[in-house]
Design a protein around this ligand. Structure first.
Ligand code: ADP
Ligand code: ADP
Length: 223
């Protein structure tokens, strides 16, 4: 699905990432763990084609997007990737249904098809009956369900989740992780950043990032 080789990233003279090598297989559920400031967001922005200013090699489904223009990149992100963030990033004046429909706005599919896709993901995340509500009328866990539904409505190959449970209590986190687990079981590849080891336990594999270096297991982290 995704392979990066010798990725490096600097902010001015500061080295944020160095010699990152990572391969994520089709159908995998990967957790990336690390303390605050270790480079998790920097890495996930590169993996999610949100940042093109890095060194090294990037392949998504065997394609490199290094010289790609911004418009084409947003199209690739829209078609192939789904994003879930800690703070949900929902549109506050849009209803649940409208938020979930956003990725389909420019799709050439028939309206009846789009409606079926939205209804299908609303069921998947358990938000039946909430279609007309505004995000402000929902709990944090319900808002994250909306964000997940929006991320999967286009049936992306890969979901990128940055601290998806960071703003949720532990019971709600479990519910959200159960949704991710179900999605993964039906074939969706997931890369999730978390600093919570209980949340990382839902993944098949965990890698660790520390001071911009990636490690396959916690014991080998050089502190
Ligand atoms: P994490 O997501 O693990 O908290 P980040 O990837 O956000 O870490 O940041 C990694 C390091 O890079 C931190 O030391 C942070 O201060 C630095 N950093 C992040 N973004 C910038 C930026 N735009 N300019 C300068 N330094 C940055
Ligand atoms: P579609 O998938 O809808 O057929 P296109 O392949 O026509 O889309 O690409 C849309 C735009 O993206 C065009 O402007 C094209 O020049 C540009 N583009 C397509 N492929 C690449 C690529 N590999 N690198 C850079 N730009 C590309």
């Amino acid at each position: 699905m995704l392979k990066v080789t010798n990725i490096g990233k600097r902010y001015g003279k500061f080295i944020a990432l160095e010699n990152i090598n990572l391969e994520v297989a089709d159908g995998e559920f990967l957790a990336i763990m690390g303390p605050s400031g270790s480079g998790k967001s920097t890495l996930i922005n590169i993996l999610g084609l949100l940042d093109q200013k890095y060194t090294g090699e990037y392949l998504l489904k065997d394609k490199s997007y290094k010289e790609t223009n911004d418009n084409y990149l947003s199209k690739i992100r829209g078609d192939q990737l789904g994003f879930v963030f800690q703070n949900f990033k929902l549109l506050t004046t849009y209803s649940v249904y409208e938020n979930i429909e956003v990725p389909l706005i420019y799709s050439k599919q028939k309206q009846t098809n789009k409606h079926a896709l939205v209804e299908d993901v609303i069921k998947k995340v358990g938000l039946e009956g909430k279609e007309k509500n505004l995000p402000s009328e929902l709990s944090g866990g319900q808002q994250q369900r909306v964000a997940i539904a929006r991320a999967i409505v286009n049936r992306p190959n890969l979901i990128i989740a940055d601290e998806p449970t960071g703003a949720l209590d532990s019971k709600t986190s479990t519910e959200i992780m159960n949704i991710f687990t179900e999605l993964n079981k039906t074939g969706t590849t997931i890369i999730m950043v978390t600093h919570d080891s209980e949340v990382a336990d839902y993944a098949m594999r965990t890698v660790y990032i520390h001071d911009g270096h990636l490690y396959d297991d916690e014991k080998s982290v050089k502190k």
